[in-house]
Write a protein that binds this ligand. Structure first.
Ligand SMILES: [Zn+2]
Length: 270
């Protein structure tokens, strides 16, 4: 089934312009003037007048947590509601974090995530894998993950999925071998645990205690530690949901040293 979107403003990475868009099945087949597109569209083609509308490429959200059990709770959206919300906002692909919980293999974690997602999604989807239980067998599994199309991973420096510095280092070494990359949730978990215990002892349980128990230094310190580990391994890494200037400055310093560091910004973290 072909469809023409007529008279809209097409927005691309390099600018925006008036054009008609020909869609064939699920793919954009051509973008051009009304005449050009008219020639290409033969046979049964539906025409939709979209004058006054902006036409964007489908957005990709590479950081979603649907149906994730973490930190004593479950994320609000599952794959059904989350992907429905995604397409409403123009996001046509999401990449969720499949998660290996303690005692599981990566294959089990991936299977669980397929069970949560398959048949329930309104948009395209893929997975990263969070690694929380590192051992020689999991290390061997990284080859299988790459083969299954899982090429990006996530590590947590806090929460019950936390991995320690040695583990991060060993995982980075293996990812360099197999050609994978990881995003890392960077926070100094020890500092935060101590500050939280102090706040609780003083009866400060409200939302207003949140900034005081998670100072910017806790994030900046962990980012610096991660980037020094990555520096020795010589591998690019992703700092997920960067929240503060202090952390940004650490990243810029590592870039000046010649490291490849990607950063994602986000106001709420998990
Ligand atoms: Zn996350």
């Amino acid at each position: 089934m072909k469809q023409i979107l007529r008279g809209g403003t097409v927005v691309t990475g390099s600018g925006s312009f008036q054009a008609d868009v020909l869609i064939d099945g699920e793919k954009v087949a051509a973008v051009g003037t009304g005449e050009e597109i008219g020639k290409l569209a033969q046979g049964d083609t539906a025409v939709e007048d979209v004058r006054g509308c902006l036409l964007f490429p489908g957005f990709i959200d590479a950081h979603t947590h649907f149906d994730l059990h973490v930190a004593g709770t479950v994320t609000a959206d599952d794959f059904e509601t989350g992907t429905r919300a995604a397409v409403r906002g123009g996001t046509t692909t999401i990449v969720d974090f499949g998660t290996q919980y303690a005692g599981e293999s990566l294959a089990e974690g991936l299977k669980n995530w397929h069970e949560k997602a398959d048949g329930k999604c309104s948009c395209d989807y893929g997975f990263h894998m969070s690694i929380s239980d590192w051992n020689p067998s999991v290390s061997r599994e990284l080859d299988d993950m790459m083969e299954a199309g899982i090429t990006s991973f996530k590590l947590y420096m806090t929460y019950d999925t936390q991995v320690d510095d040695r583990t991060i280092f060993e995982i980075l070494r293996r990812l360099k071998e197999v050609g994978g990359i990881t995003g890392v949730h960077c926070e100094n978990s020890g500092m935060i645990a101590a500050l939280q215990a102090e706040a609780k002892a003083q009866g400060k349980m409200g939302v207003s205690s949140h900034p005081a128990t998670r100072p910017a230094a806790a994030e900046a310190e962990a980012i610096d530690r991660l980037l020094r580990l990555a520096e020795v391994v010589d591998i690019p890494v992703i700092v997920v949901h960067l929240t503060c200037r202090e952390g940004y400055e650490v990243i810029m310093e590592a870039r000046r040293r010649g490291q490849k560091v990607y950063a994602e910004t986000c106001l709420s973290i998990c």
